[in-house]
Design a protein around this ligand. Sequence first.
Ligand SMILES: [Ca+2]
Length: 320
Amino acid sequence: MNIFFKHLLLYQIVIHLVSFCSYLLLNSKFITEMLLFFCGFALLASAMGQGCEQGWTEFQGSGKCYKGVNVFMTWEKANYTCVAKYDAELVSIHSIEENKFIYDLIKMDNIFAAWIGVSDIGRAPLDFAWADGSKFNFTNWNIKYNEPRFGCGGMGGKYVNGEWGSIECNEIEIPFVCQRVSKCNEGWSKDQATGSCFKILSDELSWEKAREQCMSIDQGSDLASIHTDQENEFVKKLLRENYTIPGVQGFWTGGNDLNDEGSWVWTDGSPVEFADWHNGQGKPTKNKDCIAMWKSFDYEWKDWQCKMTLPSVCKIENKK
Ligand SMILES: [Ca+2]
């Protein structure tokens, strides 16, 4: 973008911001509105989400906990503060429902704008990404004002009903919203890298019965799916360190080729892309249609008869 044009746009934004703030000050509403904003946070602090620490609020649809921070900072300082002070990240938004949830949560009606985790920092201009590294699969730019134009994104207040405006990352200071993945329910182990929760069930059951048991113990729980090397190592570590049952051969996961011989899928129907088969395992074999993590293979994978009885690994997937 032409630098003069960019500065002209910035100039216009600053003028609008100044006139907007002057309006608030002249009407003696500014302090009241800031107080309302602060009160909103205070109320939130007392409203604990089930899977969230005190002062954070959960949105069931995302498995994340949110906190509005009523301190005025540049985008980069806000991002740093989420990480360093709150062990969190600037919020990423993946649906209009999540956008609306955050809008209501931080009482956006009362403020001009709040930083969200979208920026092009370290990338090509306007090639946006989320600060938490999650997929950039949803946007809510205000098209009417020809957004986006600058490198960082903020959620706008009632004048744009929570649509996003772009702002110069280090020129403007506004409040911001941090997010954390929800903590796991009692008895589950959290994989910090993904936010998913895992639990080992010791009852030795057929694959089908094991799946029923997994699904019955907690909302969103199913036999474990494993999508990456990192996740595989997390589960292996869990099995090695925390679980020893004499005589146990292995643990059921959700992987199976029950519907189509040799075509391995997880219980949600997604294909098994990452795999950790032990030598010779995972070949198309009738009657060996379920994947177990096998103790004598140091928990590498084995295709095994689904009717055999094993303990199992359950998972509540974080759908961030
Ligand atoms: Ca098979």
